[in-house]
Ligand binder design. Structure first.
Ligand code: SF4
Ligand code: SF4
Length: 105
């Protein structure tokens, strides 16, 4: 059975995630609305909940927002989280918002 790669859903990783600036989400009203509370989210003592943040899909799986344009270019391979967890060796190795979380090959 496929085993998931455990990528901690913590602020330290969230602030390194490139999803909020990705072309796939640039026209997404849903993603923009979630980002409106981003500063508040970072200032909170608790780590954010996946439903509140439009990114880290490598850890959490597919995007909740349906108005994303998955034919555009994914930025994951430029991301420091991607590099730290060697996601070039994961399955899938990009477009986690559409294809689901990173699993070991
Ligand atoms: S997973 Fe990749 S394609 Fe999807 S929003 Fe993040 S950077 Fe963009
Ligand atoms: S690898 Fe992609 S989904 Fe994961 S944190 Fe980086 S930009 Fe976000």
């Amino acid at each position: 059975m496929d085993e998931e790669i455990k990528i901690p859903y913590i602020k330290e990783n969230i602030i390194r995630c490139l999803c909020p600036t990705c072309p796939v989400q640039e026209n997404s009203t849903c993603a923009k609305e979630k980002m409106m509370n981003f500063q508040e989210l970072l200032q909170s003592e608790d780590d954010p909940k996946p439903v509140d943040y439009p990114g880290m899909y490598c850890a959490n799986g597919k995007a909740e927002c349906e108005d994303i344009e998955t034919e555009k270019n994914c930025l994951c391979n430029e991301c420091m989280v991607y590099k730290e967890f060697s996601l070039e060796n994961a399955k899938p190795d990009f477009l986690y918002c559409s294809d689901g979380k990173a699993m070991k090959k």
